[in-house]
Design a protein around this ligand. Structure first.
Ligand code: ASP
Length: 442
C-alpha cells in the first residue's frame, strides 16, 4: 500500500486552494466574469490542468471500487458478516442523511431566504440560466425512482457498468465476486485474491501520483470557478447561499461532531485532522467519486481503519451517503417553493425531507449530480422544473461545500462501522506509528 498522503501535501493543497481562489477573485474583480483574458487562461491553462487532475482520479475509480469491494467482502469471509456490516453502514447512511435533511429544513423554514427574491430578480435569474436548466433537465431522464432502481443495481454487464460509470452496478458485482471467492477452495481463490490485491495496490499508487498533481490541479479548478463566478448573484441569492452553507457547517460541526464523539468515540478535531486531505479534495473536485481514492487513503492510513472495512463501506458511502446533498436538496426545494409563493404544510415538508434523503442516495457522486433529481422534487410541489435555473449560477460553490460534507460523512460511517465491529478504535489513531498494522484482508 502506498504511503499516506502526508501532512505536507495537504498543506500544499490547501495553499493551492487559497491561491486559486485569491487569483480567481482578483481576476473577476478587475476584469469581470467573462473577460477574454480570463477565458484564455481558463481554456488553455487552468482548464486543462484541472481536467488532467480530475481525469487521473476518475481513471482509477472503477478498478478501485471493484478491487476494494471484492477484497473487502472476501476478507470478511462469510456472507452473513457482509450483510451485517452492510446493514450497519446503510443504517448509518440513512440516519445521518435524515438528520442532515431535517437540519436544512429547520434553517430554511426559520430564515425563509426565498421571501427576499422579488419578481423582477426571479425573472432575470430564470432568463439567464434557462438554457442551463433545460440541459440539466434533459439529463434527468433516468425514469425516476421505483422498483427498477433496485433491479438495475443487479448489473447485466459489469464491463458496461464500468464504462458508463454505473457505480452501484460495479459495487454489486464486486460484492458477488468477493463472496464467490469465499465459496471456492482457498487454494483456487488465492491467485485471484493476489491479483486483486496487486490491482488494488497499483491503483493506490496511481492515487499517489494524482495527488502529487493535486496542489496545481486544485489551484486551477478553483481559479476556474471563482474567475467566472457571477459575484453579482451573491446579492439576491446571498441569503439562500448563507442558509445552505450555514446548515452544512452546522451539520458538520455540531451534528457530526456529536455523532463522532458518541457513536465513533473519537475527538472531532483529531478525526478532522486525519481526514483533512480528503475533505479538501472533495471541496476542490465537487465529486465524491473522484475523492474516493483520497478518502480511502485518509481512512486507512490517516485513521488506521482496516482496509476490509474501509474498502467495503467507503465505495458504498461515496455513492449512497450524501449528507451535504440532502441538506442542499431540502433547503433548495423549500427555497424555490418560497420564491414561487407555494406554502407548504407539515406533511409536504416531511415529504420534502424524505425525498431529499432518497434523492441524496440516488444522486451520482459527480459535480452537479443532484441537480436533475432536485428538479424532480420541486416539480412535485408545483414549482416549474425550470425554476432550478434560479440557483444554477451559484451552484458550483454550493456543490463544492456539500461534497466536502458528503465525504466527511462517508469517512465517519467507515469509522463507525469499524468500531462497532470491534476492529478499530480511536486510541489507534493517537500515534500513527503505534496504530495496529492493517489486518490482512484475506
Ligand atoms: N457533487 C456531489 C458529490 O459528488 C453530488 C451533488 O450533490 O451534486 O458528492
Amino acid at each position: 500500500m502506498a504511503k499516506s498522503l502526508g501532512g505536507k501535501l495537504h498543506t500544499k493543497i490547501l495553499a493551492g486552494l487559497l491561491l486559486g481562489a485569491a487569483l480567481g477573485i482578483l481576476a473577476n474583480t478587475l476584469l469581470g466574469g467573462h473577460h477574454p483574458f480570463t477565458e484564455w487562461v481558463n481554456h488553455y491553462v487552468a482548464g486543462p490542468l484541472g481536467q488532467v487532475f480530475l481525469r487521473m482520479l476518475f481513471m482509477i475509480v472503477m478498478p478501485l471500487v471493484f478491487a476494494s469491494i471484492a477484497l473487502g467482502v472476501a476478507g470478511l469471509g462469510d456472507l452473513r458478516r457482509v450483510g451485517r456490516i452492510g446493514g450497519k453502514a446503510v443504517g448509518y447512511f440513512l440516519a445521518t442523511t435524515f438528520l442532515a435533511a431535517a437540519t436544512g429544513l429547520f434553517f430554511v423554514g426559520v430564515l425563509r431566504p426565498g421571501d427576499a427574491i422579488d419578481a423582477p430578480v426571479k425573472a432575470e435569474l430564470m432568463a439567464t440560466y434557462a438554457g442551463d436548466a433545460s440541459a440539466k433537465l434533459a439529463s434527468a431522464s433516468g425514469g425516476g425512482f421505483g422498483v427498477h432502481t433496485f433491479v438495475n443495481i443487479v448489473t447485466r454487464n459489469p464491463v458496461k457498468s464500468a464504462v458508463e460509470g454505473d457505480m452501484l452496478g460495479i459495487i454489486f458485482f464486486g460484492i458477488v465476486f468477493g463472496a464467490a471467492l469465499t465459496l471456492i477452495p482457498a487454494a483456487r481463490a488465492k491467485p485471484m485474491l493476489d491479483l486483486l490485491q496487486s490491482l488494488n495496490d497499483a491503483v493506490i499508487a496511481i492515487v499517489g501520483m494524482a495527488m502529487r498533481l493535486a496542489p496545481y490541479g486544485v489551484t486551477a479548478l478553483i481559479f476556474g470557478v471563482t474567475s467566472r463566478f457571477g459575484f453579482a448573484l451573491l446579492l439576491p441569492l446571498g441569503g439562500y447561499m448563507l442558509v445552505v452553507l450555514g446548515a452544512l457547517l452546522f451539520h458538520a460541526v455540531v451534528n457530526l461532531s456529536l455523532v463522532l464523539r458518541l457513536l465513533v468515540g473519537i475527538s472531532p478535531a483529531l478525526f478532522f485532522a486525519r481526514v483533512r486531505s480528503a475533505v479538501v479534495t472533495a471541496f476542490s473536485t465537487s465529486s465524491s467519486s473522484a475523492t474516493l481514492p483520497t478518502a480511502l487513503d485518509a481512512a486507512e492510513q490517516g485513521l488506521g481503519v482496516p482496509p476490509k472495512i474501509a474498502g467495503f463501506v467507503l465505495p458504498l458511502g461515496s455513492t449512497m451517503c450524501m449528507n451535504g446533498t440532502s441538506i442542499f436538496e431540502g433547503v433548495t426545494a423549500i427555497f424555490l417553493c418560497q420564491v414561487f409563493g407555494i406554502d407548504l404544510n407539515l406533511v409536504q415538508m416531511t415529504v420534502i425531507v424524505v425525498m431529499s434523503v432518497i434523492t441524496a442516495i440516488g444522486a451520482a457522486g459527480v459535480p452537479g449530480g443532484s441537480i436533475p433529481l432536485l428538479a424532480g422534487i420541486v416539480a412535485m410541489f408545483g414549482v416549474p422544473a425550470e425554476g432550478i435555473a434560479i440557483i444554477l449560477g451559484v451552484d458550483r460553490l454550493l456543490d463544492m461545500s456539500r461534497t466536502a460534507v458528503n465525504v466527511y460523512g462517508d469517512i465517519s460511517a467507515t469509522a463507525f462501522v469499524a468500531r462497532s465491529e470491534g476492529l478499530w478504535n480511536a486510541s489507534m489513531v493517537q500515534d500513527p506509528r503505534q496504530a495496529v498494522p492493517a489486518p490482512e484482508r484475506a
